[in-house]
Design a binder for this molecule. Structure first.
Ligand code: OKP
Ligand code: ZN
Length: 318
């Protein structure tokens, strides 16, 4: 196993999110990732860490529209200090996802983190990519939900070349509308997601069970909306169903969009999963015995993020 981590994300620090015109301190802070790094290293896993290598922009452009990519680069450049925030006027789905001076570089680096992880799957059965900012809400030309470039989607597109099949399991509390949308018409990348019922939770507009794909992608998209206050036991039952679907698909690669905002103390979510249960989730994931790339998405209760990630990692290492 390898853990991929890079420093540039720390300069990307969105100050506020606006929810119904009200201003809240932003939940997606650099300390999230640094807390995970600290705890994994404190538990003797420091030697697993590797820095990412740089990849050409073409991998991002395979998933995102070129005007959208240059929009983020250009708007980031308009900010004079690291505290300036640009709330975009278009290419946006919400008021939670400002472009900061460091956003473009951080988002590019997050993609480098996951692509480095993808390449390491040649020799590792599992790789944990500590990507930040997260990615699963970003569509081809839409940013939102704290996401700019869809890290998991770029990795999936990269790994799906040469006729390979990729399955993405999204276990973040929120539905990954971006990932779903990007692969909705494709059969070579399957998207399977467990998340809080979008009728009442972000992103509201997608993640319903009847969304099963279109054209060639019909039957290759699975949504498992769950009650907002789902417990370990309920979650595990649905996880079994989701993994059965993936097993039957027989993918060559397995990407896990891994959010820890299903945790019982998460400040922006409401499920009831406990720290030891993340080890169980990871064990179930590893039971498929596929080359597995874990891509960090959300998770906002910073004081326990390290413990959650360590619990999850123990399951990956079993
Ligand atoms: C990003 B990821 C909370 C409002 C919703 C946006 C949530 C983005 C989640 N009261 N804020 O999927 O973890
Ligand atoms: Zn989330």
């Amino acid at each position: 196993m390898r853990v991929i981590h890079a420093p540039d994300h720390k300069k990307h620090r969105p100050p506020w999110e606006y929810i119904n015109n009200e201003k809240f301190p932003h939940a997606e802070v650099p300390e999230r990732i640094e807390e995970i790094v600290k705890e994994l290293k404190a538990n003797g896993l420091a030697e697993l860490f590797v820095a990412p290598t740089k990849y050409p922009l073409k991998h991002i452009l395979a998933v995102h529209h070129k005007n959208y990519v240059s929009f983020i680069k250009e708007k980031a450049g308009l900010n004079k200090t690291e505290k300036d925030a640009y709330y975009p006027s278009f290419y946006m789905m919400d008021t939670y996802t400002p472009i900061m001076k460091a956003t473009y570089d951080a988002a590019v680096e997050a993609v480098n983190v996951v692509l480095t992880g993808a390449d390491l799957l040649k020799k590792e059965r599992v790789v944990y990519a500590l990507s930040r900012p997260p990615g699963h809400h970003a569509e081809n030309n839409v940013l939102g939900g704290y996401c700019y470039f869809n890290n998991a989607a770029v990795a999936a597109e990269y790994l799906s070349q040469k006729g390979k099949k990729v399955a993405i399991l999204d276990i973040d509390f929120h539905h990954g509308n971006g990932t779903q949308r990007i692969f909705f018409d494709r059969s070579d990348v399957m998207y399977v997601s467990l998340h809080a019922d979008p009728a009442v939770r972000f992103p509201y507009v997608s993640g319903f069970a009847h969304e099963t794909g279109i054209e060639k992608g019909r039957g290759y998209n699975y949504n498992f909306p769950l009650p907002v206050s789902t417990t370990n036991m309920q979650y595990e039952k649905t996880l079994h169903k989701a993994l059965a679907v993936i097993k039957e698909y027989k993918p060559d690669y397995f990407i896990v969009s891994c959010g820890f905002d299903t945790y019982e103390k998460d400040p922006i979510a409401a499920m009831k999963l406990t720290i030891p249960f993340y080890e169980t989730i990871a064990q179930h994931i590893m039971s498929l015995q596929l080359p597995t790339l874990v891509v960090q998405e959300g998770g906002y209760y910073v004081p326990d993020l390290g413990k959650i990630a360590y619990s999850f990692t123990k399951g990956l290492l079993k």
